[in-house]
Design a protein around this ligand. Structure first.
Ligand code: NHO
Length: 367
């Protein structure tokens, strides 16, 4: 029989975690069964839980967490605590922590389901990827990570459907970074004509961080690593055994002089000194009547993955993107020369949390 109660453990309550909690509150009101009981919530500094799994009121979880004196449990202790709960448990990892990601095989082996927007587990070593899916297959515990690519856009579920229905994916390409989409759309707008449009690069980077588009450290967006992680995930789902996001060429937009900046904040403070470098790249494209965009592609047959800047005609769909939009084109045998295209907002707390909440719904429908 379907579970009448399901425990939820939320790790991470930042930009995405907060939005997830408000979506969870709505969900628990809209769908009274199974009862969704919040049994654990933590940030890197604090935790809130009760030894008898008494549910934490979702609408007051953040304020209760803020005044809690409990320490977060390390992953092995958290696994022990959750595996002893008297109903199924879904772990929601809203951190970007490698330590938490490394614990997914343990969580899954102990029968704990995992849903997450954290890219670290799926784009780290290929050994971790294999461990995660082997643990899930062995215990039957589910793992979903829709928001690890394209935020709430149905990118991963679509790719899985293509592969599992027997289509042959030949090429995947597009704009995979909400931050870099936003930056280039505002810094070098296609509608800007022969230049003049657009604002300072460094000011736009600060704005992207304020809007919640960037990774916790914006250097992970500008150095291409975030896009490389997403392409690693998609390439693996398409059947390529990509070893890591460092095993293919990735162009970085970090000025060489700032590569050693001690913190993300110091980086942002000094970035304005290097605005001229991005202006040059923009002007070179404009001189050819084009605009520059940061794109990624996977050629499945030749196993080539690449990430970096490319120039596009102003009328090209990639040049005409707006806001933080992603665009992802799947070229497959079935779709022929007209790719299946997915487009829309690719960053921000609400749309990212939507992917997490819909992953939770998928788990609920299977337990
Ligand atoms: P925050 O706001 O820094 O929050 C992180 C939270 O985790 C904090 O509460 C922190 O205390 C907690 N935490 C960290 N380590 C912990 C630990 N060991 N134990 C317990 N708690 C711990 O980060 P965000 O913005 O809320 O992001 C959360 C996760 O969502 C990250 O893994 C991020 O990669 C992922 N994510 C975010 C976005 C987004 O738009 N913000 C997207 C996808 C995934 O589609 C989006 C995207 O790709 C954004 C990308 N930068 C782009 O395309 O521009």
């Amino acid at each position: 029989a379907p579970a009448s109660q399901v425990f939820i453990a939320v790790i991470g309550a930042g930009g995405v975690g907060k939005c997830f909690l408000s979506q969870l509150e709505l969900l628990s009101k809209r769908r009274p069964t199974p009862t969704l009981a919040l049994a654990y919530i933590a940030t890197s500094k604090k935790a809130l839980y009760s030894g008898d799994y008494a549910p934490i009121a979702i609408d007051h979880a953040l304020s209760a967490l803020a005044s809690s004196t409990q320490q977060p449990l390390a992953p092995p202790q958290l696994a022990d605590f959750l595996a002893a709960a008297p109903a199924p448990v879904v772990v929601v990892d809203n951190t970007s922590s490698q330590e938490v990601a490394d614990a997914y095989p343990l969580f899954l082996r102990r029968g704990l389901h995992v849903v997450t927007p954290n890219k670290k587990a799926f784009s780290g070593s290929y050994a971790l990827w294999r461990d995660i899916f082997a643990a899930s297959a062995a215990s039957g515990a589910k793992v979903y990570h829709e928001s690890s690519v394209g935020a709430g856009l149905p990118v991963i579920s679509t790719l899985k459907d293509l592969v599992e229905t027997g289509d042959e994916v030949t090429r995947i390409e597009g704009v995979f970074s909400g931050t870099l989409s936003f930056l280039f759309n505002s810094f070098a707008p296609a509608a800007g004509g022969g230049g003049g449009g657009g604002s300072k690069w460094s000011a736009e980077v600060t704005k992207a961080k304020e809007l919640g588009y960037t990774e916790p450290d914006p250097r992970d967006d500008l150095n291409g690593l975030d896009v490389a992680r997403k392409l690693t995930i998609l390439a693996r789902l398409a059947g390529l055994a990509v070893e890591s996001p460092a095993s293919f060429p990735v162009q970085s937009l970090i000025p060489r002089e700032l590569e050693s900046a001690a913190s993300g904040d110091e980086f942002l403070r000094r970035l304005p000194e290097f605005d001229a470098q991005m202006e040059e790249i923009k002007a070179a494209a404009e001189a050819k009547g084009k605009v520059v965009r940061f794109v990624g592609s996977i050629d499945v047959a030749t196993k080539q993955v690449r990430v970096g800047l490319e120039e596009f005609d102003r009328s090209h769909p990639i040049a005409a993107l707006q806001g933080s939009d992603n665009i992802i084109s799947f070229y497959t045998k079935r779709y022929g020369s007209h790719p299946l295209i997915i487009q829309g907002a690719g960053a921000g707390g609400e749309v990212t949390a939507m992917g997490v909440t819909s992953d939770l719904l998928k788990v609920l429908s299977q337990i």
